[in-house]
Design a protein around this ligand. Sequence first.
Ligand code: SF4
Length: 236
Amino acid sequence: MSDSVTLTIDEQTVAVPAGTTLLKAAQQLGEEIPTICFHDHCTANALCRSCVVEVEGARTLVASCVAQATQGMKVHTRSEKVERSRRTILEMLDSAVDLSEAPEILSMIEDYGADRERFPGAERREVPLLDDNPMYIRDYSKCVLCWRCVQVCAEDAQYTYAINFEGRGFETQIGTFFDKPMPETTCVFCGQCVGVCPTGALKPKREFMLDQGIAPADLGVMSSGRKRRKRTLAQP
Ligand code: SF4
């Protein structure tokens, strides 16, 4: 088997090592495919579908974060079909989730000309903010279910398994087992989940309190908390 494959992406030819994903092959050409759930330090999971591309001969659009380049493939990253699909995903997300602190997604909405009023009256994900520990808050009304926090809490980084998906369909959200407060779970407050969250759904307690207009001098919260985190993965 050859070690490299040659394909065309948006009419440009590129050779990449076998096993390279279409997302990475496009990046090699300087083409940026938009992503939401993808993070360089997490296992790609193709959940958000914003990175879909059109492959000639394929029946459906394929998620470029997991689809591998093959010899002779012809890929289109911004065809009309692709743009319509991405636009619809953004419109659906915007109709249900508070994206006010998700700058990358807001810029995608702008870039794709997503209609923010396309689904008027749609049910919104409105859940109470969870403030149950001294280190970070959880505001799942801002959660796009990208799964990054669950992945870094598990095999992608920390092997702690404090959080997971719970619920079904529209009610799906991230939570702890039996909805236990975070201090009663296996959470070690490493901060990995906060570091990879793209939407502000997870936020350091100090930042949250400053957002509420509480003066830095009045913030005693960090000194009374547990030890500071070991390391935090950077945003992509
Ligand atoms: S809380 Fe943040 S990182 Fe976790 S699934 Fe929601 S948006 Fe993604």
